[in-house]
Design a protein around this ligand. Structure first.
Ligand SMILES: Cc1ncc(COP(=O)(O)O)c(C=O)c1O
Length: 441
């Protein structure tokens, strides 16, 4: 097997670690099983080397956590300097205030700030604050918001009408059944459906929690309508910006969308790979948190704070959103040109900072096989990723050039397989499994 060392290690992991990995998106079955890299050894800039000694361009960017590039010299130097002064103390550190000031200056809805250590963690804090501030329990949501009980409670009620909102493979095992009915999904893009749902639960809803967008721009006027619906009902509107992060602007996606939520949640790209999360919001909604029990030892560790402050300053100083927009558009147009050249039924679309390949193949099984074959062949040519691309600022011309050359070979092979009807023979791995599906994509 191509990745024998990694697969042996993964077999050991599965014996010792339930599920094998800590994050579902890192399961080898999400990629080309046995062909794609599984365990990293080192990473620098746009690339990593796995434990087999092979180098890859990383188009997953640490599942979105890396925005400047791996081992960014400025962020890492700031962190190293911080380490030399101690990383956490028995008392507080002024970085907490400095970072809060930066977030308040750059993010439109931010007037007060709380911290956390990750995305799901920060979403749970936001939900607690919204519930506490309103005295209501129910949460309407759209999108992916982490692993906590408040969110997975949605899957306790699994009737057919909710099928499109469920995450296949994610069972709410271990989530208290008494939470049934407290988290209710709504379909993205349909303001009338949201208004109906709110009417059905009139007076019981604390918050509307949503990813404002993921891979496509929202329908015209949709988010403004959501804003109005939330305001009219006195419900807290929370944007989960964990995935969009700071790729659209140094102030998150809000300034670009022109719609201000009451609260917003950030993690991942806020700190270029160091554990960190933040919940920001209007004073009126955030202030009640001062009397709620929301407290944890590591939320104010100075590594996360220093990494976040430095990353966000660098995002602004280096004009990273503009750079990523240009990179994404280049990738999209060149991939589309290669698709045309080779005849493969695929389009690269999505927002520029998160390009997505969509294979236009009706047969669902064949489409999965082709997607997996794409991941497999790209991996063999040193490009690690899904059929979508998370961008970071260390990716540049060399990465685009190598990726387009790999895509040309891969698309040619796929088209040949489609013409001959022998895609199965070309697969060297088990079929990629979609462990879960997000609500908005
Ligand atoms: C929109 C969104 N919210 C929350 C999370 C959860 O973040 P974490 O994995 O850091 O807990 C994710 C992770 O992918 C996400 O994309």
């Amino acid at each position: 097997m191509r990745n024998q060392k990694s697969m042996d290690l993964y077999a050991r992991a599965c014996e010792l670690i339930p599920g094998g990995t800590q994050l579902l998106s890192r399961r080898p079955s999400k990629f080309a099983y046995g062909v794609s890299p599984v365990y990293a050894a080192t990473a620098k800039g746009a690339r990593f080397t796995d434990i087999e000694g092979r180098e890859y361009i990383d188009w997953v960017s640490g599942i979105g956590a890396i925005i400047l590039g791996y081992a960014d010299p400025v962020v890492d130097e700031a962190v190293r300097e911080q380490i030399s002064r101690g990383t956490m103390y028995s008392i507080n550190h002024e970085l907490e205030v400095e970072l809060a000031e930066h977030l308040i200056e750059t993010i439109p809805c931010a007037e007060m700030v709380r911290y956390a250590k990750g995305g799901g963690d920060a979403c749970a804090v936001a939900v607690r604050i919204a519930r506490g501030a309103t005295g209501r329990d129910k949460i309407l949501f759209s999108g992916y918001h982490g692993w906590h009980d408040w969110y997975l409670a949605a899957n306790l009620r699994a009737d057919e009408s909710l099928d499109q909102h469920l995450f296949p493979g994610i069972d709410p095992t271990g989530v208290p059944k008494c939470l049934e009915g407290t988290a209710i999904p709504f379909p993205y893009g349909d303001a009338a459906a949201l208004a109906d749902l709110l009417e059905q639960h009139r007076g019981e809803v604390a918050a509307i929690m949503m990813e404002p967008l993921r891979s496509e721009w929202p329908p015209e006027g949709y988010l403004a309508e959501v804003r109005k619906i939330a305001s009219d009902a006195g419900v807290v509107l929370i944007f989960d910006e964990v995935s969009t992060g700071f790729r659209f602007s140094p102030g998150g996606v809000q300034p670009v969308l022109g719609v201000e939520p009451d609260m917003a949640v950030f993690a991942k790209s806020i700190s270029n790979g160091y554990p960190m999360g933040a919940v920001v919001g209007r004073r009126e909604v955030m202030e009640p948190a001062s009397t709620m029990f929301i407290s944890s030892t590591y939320w104010s560790d100075t590594i996360g704070l220093r990494a976040a402050l430095t990353t966000l300053r660098e995002v602004r100083r280096r004009n990273v959103p503009e750079q990523l927009d240009h990179l994404g558009k280049t990738l999209q147009s060149q991939l589309n040109a290669v698709a045309q050249e080779t005849g493969v039924p695929v389009q690269c679309g999505g927002v520029s900072v998160h390009p997505q390949l969509a294979f236009d193949i009706e047969d669902g099984t064949l489409k999965r096989k082709v997607s997996t074959l794409y991941i497999q062949e790209m991996a063999k040519r040193g490009c690690h990723g899904y059929t979508s691309f998370y961008l970071n600022a260390a990716q540049g011309d060399a990465e685009v050039e190598q990726t387009i050359a790999a895509a040309r070979d891969t698309f040619t092979l796929i088209q040949d397989g489609l013409d001959r009807g022998n895609i199965d023979d070309l697969l060297e791995c088990e079929l990629k499994v979609d462990v879960f599906r997000r609500l908005v994509s």
